[in-house]
Design a binder for this molecule. Structure first.
Ligand code: ADP
Ligand code: MG
Length: 613
C-alpha cells in the first residue's frame, strides 16, 4: 500500500486551531484586548457591531509592530513573548502561544494598522481566510488597530451556531470587564453599535470596580489585604448584608489574569460562614499575586483555570484574610473560633503566656465502628480555633499548668468565657438526651451538639481531606463485592472514577451493568457499601459538577450524609466525647456540610432569665 500521510497546509491547520481559540466573538475580544495589554498600551478602545458578528475592533496606543513583525504576527507559533520552554515558568504576559492572530485570520476578514513610536510610517495589512490581500505603508497613529469583520465567514456551521446578539454581547462584556478589572491603570472604552457603553479612566482598583458596577458599590466594599511569601492578596469583598441570591460579581485575578476556581471560591464562602442568608452569595474582587513559577496556566485551553503549587496554603490564607477583614469591619459574628486566644485573655492574665492544651482527637472516629480494626492514624488536627472553648475544662490538670507566679489583681472579670477557677472543680460530664443531642456543660453554660449533624461535619471534612491530598486509606476486601447498577449509574461511576478512587474505593467496572469492588474507604463497612454508593449516585443523578473540586465536595457530602450516626442512635460516653472533640477539631465546626447549625450554646444568664419569669 502506498504511503498516505500528508502534512496539512497551513491554512487548514490554522482553521482547525481556530476552533479551539475562537469559539465566539467574545474570544476574539479577549485575544485582542490581551495583546493590547501585552503591548503596554495605556489606552484601549473596543468597538463592536452586532455583538461582534460584523465587527470587533481594538485600537491601542501600545508598542506597535515593525514591518516584519506586522507580517509575521499572523503566522502560527509566531510570538514575541517566549523564546524557550523555560520562559513558560516566568510569564509576565497574557499571551504566549502565538496562535491567536493566526487563528483569527484563518476564519475572518482582518484589517491591521500598526506603527511603532520610532517609525515615521506604519504598516497596513489586510488578510482574509489566511490569505494576504494587501500590504501598504501608511500614515498612522502610534499603536495598533485590529479590525475583525465577518467572523466565521468561511465556516457557516460555526456562524449559525452563534447565539442571539444579546447573549453574544453579554459574553463580550464579560471578557471586556475581566480585562478592564485586571488593569485599572489602563483607560478602557467600549462602544457597541455606535454608542459608548463603558468609559473607564485610569484609576485605582476600588475606583475601577465602582465605575464598572456603579450603584451602591462603593458602600458595600470591604478591603482585603495580606502579604506572605507564597501570595499577596489585595482587593475587596462585599459586606454580608449586600449579598445576593445566586452568583453575581465574583472575580479572582491571579497575576492580573482573570481565573475561575471553585476551590478558592469555597475558601471565600468559608470565610463568610454563618454571615449569609440562606442561598445568598457575597460579591468579591480578589487579586492574588503569586510567583509565576508556582502556577501552571497551561492546563486549560481557554486559560481561565490554573493550577497552583500549593493550593491548600492559598486556601487557608485567603480564608483567614477575608475573615479577618470582615471582622475588622465589624461584620463578623461575636463567636469567632479563629480569634487569637491571646487577645481574649482576661485582665488578670495579660502579658502572661497562654499555654496550649493538648487534645487527642481521632478524626476517623465513627460511632458505628466501635470494634472495627482499621483505625487510621491522622495527623494531629489543628485545634487552634476551638481550644478557647475548652480551656480549663477537661484536661485541665494535666495540660493547663498556670504560670508559676500568678499575680492576681482581683478585678472582677465578668466577660470572660472561661477562667482558671473552673479547673479546681470537677466539671460535670456530657450526656446524651433523646438519642439526638449531646449536652455538654462549659463554664459559661452549656453547648448542645446535634449528634447527626456533628458527625456529618466530621466525616465530610475527613473525606474531603483524603480526596484532596489523594491518600485515602482503603481497606482491602477479602472477597470482592459485585454490585449491579443501571446503565446511567454505570456512566456516572465511570465519570466519577477518579474521585471515588481518591476517596478509598477500589473497583473495576465490568460490562454495562456491574462493578466489582475490592476495596472500601476505611469509614465504610462492607454492608454499607451498596447503600453508600446508591445514595451517592442518586445524589449526583441531576448532574455531576464540572470541576473536580466540586465533584469531591458532592461526594464527601453525600457519603457524610449516608454514613453519619443518625438521630435515634444511642451513644456511649466515649462515643459522645469523641464526637464532640471531633467536631471541634473540624475547620468549620459550627455548621453541617449542608449549612445547618451543629451546636448551640446556652449561657447561664439565659437560663437565669428563664427562671426569673
Ligand atoms: P501571542 O499573544 O500568544 O504572542 P498572538 O497571535 O496573539 O500570540 O500575537 C502574535 C504576536 O503579535 C505577539 O507576540 C506580539 O508580538 C504581536 N502583537 C499582537 N498584537 C499586538 C498589538 N496590539 N501590539 C503590538 N504587538 C502585537
Ligand atoms: Mg495574544
Amino acid at each position: 500500500m502506498p504511503s498516505i500521510i500528508q502534512l496539512l497546509p497551513d491554512h487548514v491547520a490554522n482553521q482547525i486551531a481556530a476552533g479551539e481559540v475562537v469559539q465566539r466573538p467574545a474570544s476574539v475580544v479577549k485575544e485582542l484586548l490581551e495583546n493590547a495589554v501585552d503591548a503596554k498600551a495605556t489606552d484601549i478602545k473596543l468597538i463592536v457591531k452586532d455583538a461582534g458578528k460584523s465587527l470587533v475592533q481594538v485600537i491601542d496606543n501600545g508598542a506597535g509592530m515593525s514591518v516584519t513583525d506586522a507580517r509575521l504576527c499572523f503566522e502560527r507559533h509566531a510570538t514575541s513573548k517566549i523564546r524557550q520552554a523555560e520562559d513558560l515558568f516566568s510569564l509576565h504576559t497574557k499571551g504566549f502561544r502565538g496562535e491567536a492572530l493566526a487563528s483569527i485570520a484563518a476564519i475572518a476578514h482582518v484589517e491591521m494598522k500598526t506603527r511603532q513610536d520610532q517609525d515615521e510610517l506604519g504598516t497596513h495589512i489586510i488578510i482574509e481566510g489566511s490569505k494576504f490581500v494587501s500590504q501598504d505603508v501608511a500614515v498612522l497613529p502610534k499603536g495598533t488597530s485590529f479590525a475583525i469583520k465577518n467572523l466565521f465567514f468561511n465556516i457557516p456551521a460555526r456562524r449559525n451556531f452563534l447565539k442571539s446578539d444579546v447573549v453574544e454581547q453579554r459574553h463580550i462584556i464579560d471578557e471586556f470587564l475581566r480585562v478592564a478589572m485586571a488593569h485599572p491603570n489602563i483607560h478602557f472604552t467600549l462602544y457597541h453599535n455606535g454608542s459608548e457603553m463603558f468609559n473607564l479612566p485610569q484609576s485605582n482598583i476600588r475606583q475601577r470596580i465602582v465605575n464598572i458596577f456603579a450603584g451602591k458599590t462603593n458602600e458595600k466594599l470591604v478591603p482585603v489585604k495580606e502579604s506572605t511569601d507564597i501570595v499577596s492578596i489585595t482587593g475587596f469583598v462585599s459586606k454580608p448584608e449586600f449579598s445576593k441570591k445566586g452568583r453575581g460579581e465574583q472575580f479572582f485575578f491571579v497575576n492580573d489574569r482573570f481565573i475561575k476556581s471553585g476551590y478558592l471560591h469555597h475558601a471565600v464562602m468559608a470565610a463568610y460562614e454563618g454571615l449569609l442568608k440562606e442561598g445568598c452569595q457575597p460579591g468579591y474582587y480578589i487579586y492574588l499575586d503569586v510567583p509565576p513559577h508556582t502556577i501552571d496556566i497551561n492546563i486549560h485551553p481557554t486559560k481561565t483555570e490554573i493550577k497552583f503549587d500549593d493550593e491548600h496554603a492559598l486556601y487557608a490564607i485567603l480564608r483567614s484574610t477575608i475573615k479577618h477583614s470582615l471582622g475588622q469591619f465589624n461584620v463578623a459574628p461575636v463567636l469567632d473560633f479563629e480569634r487569637d486566644p491571646n487577645l481574649d485573655t482576661p485582665y488578670d492574665y495579660k502579658n502572661q503566656e497562654a499555654s496550649v492544651p493538648t487534645v487527642q482527637v481521632d478524626r476517623s472516629f465513627n460511632p458505628f465502628a466501635e470494634d472495627r480494626q482499621q483505625r487510621q492514624t491522622y495527623k494531629k488536627p489543628d485545634t487552634s480555633h476551638w481550644e478557647g472553648l475548652y480551656v480549663g475544662l477537661k484536661h485541665d490538670t494535666e495540660t493547663i499548668s498556670p504560670p508559676a507566679e500568678i499575680h492576681f489583681e482581683h478585678e472582677e472579670v465578668t466577660a470572660s468565657l472561661f477562667d482558671e477557677e473552673e479547673s479546681r472543680h470537677e466539671v460535670a460530664k456530657m450526656f446524651q438526651i433523646h438519642k439526638k443531642y449531646i449536652v455538654n456543660p462549659i463554664k459559661s453554660g452549656m453547648v448542645i451538639v446535634d449528634q447527626q449533624r456533628a458527625h456529618q461535619r466530621i466525616l465530610y471534612e475527613s473525606f474531603l481531606v483524603n480526596m484532596t491530598v489523594r491518600q485515602a486509606a482503603s481497606q482491602q476486601l477479602l472477597f470482592p463485592l459485585t454490585l449491579y447498577f443501571s446503565r446511567t449509574e454505570m456512566e456516572l461511576i465511570a465519570e466519577l472514577e477518579e474521585s471515588l478512587v481518591n476517596t478509598g474505593f477500589v473497583f473495576e467496572t465490568h460490562g454495562a451493568d456491574h462493578a466489582v469492588i475490592s476495596g472500601l474507604p476505611v469509614n465504610v463497612s462492607e454492608s454499607e457499601a451498596s447503600i453508600v454508593l446508591e445514595q451517592l449516585l442518586g445524589d449526583l443523578q441531576d448532574g455531576i459538577p464540572e470541576n473536580s473540586f466540586s465533584q469531591n465536595d458532592s461526594i464527601a457530602k453525600s457519603m457524610a450524609k449516608s454514613l453519619a450516626v443518625k438521630t435515634g442512635t444511642f451513644l456511649t460516653e466515649k462515643e459522645q466525647e469523641n464526637l464532640v472533640n471531633g467536631l471541634f477539631a473540624c475547620k468549620e465546626p459550627n455548621v453541617s456540610p449542608f449549612q445547618k447549625p451543629t451546636f448551640i450554646t446556652m449561657r447561664v444568664e439565659d437560663l437565669d432569665k428563664k427562671f426569673a419569669l
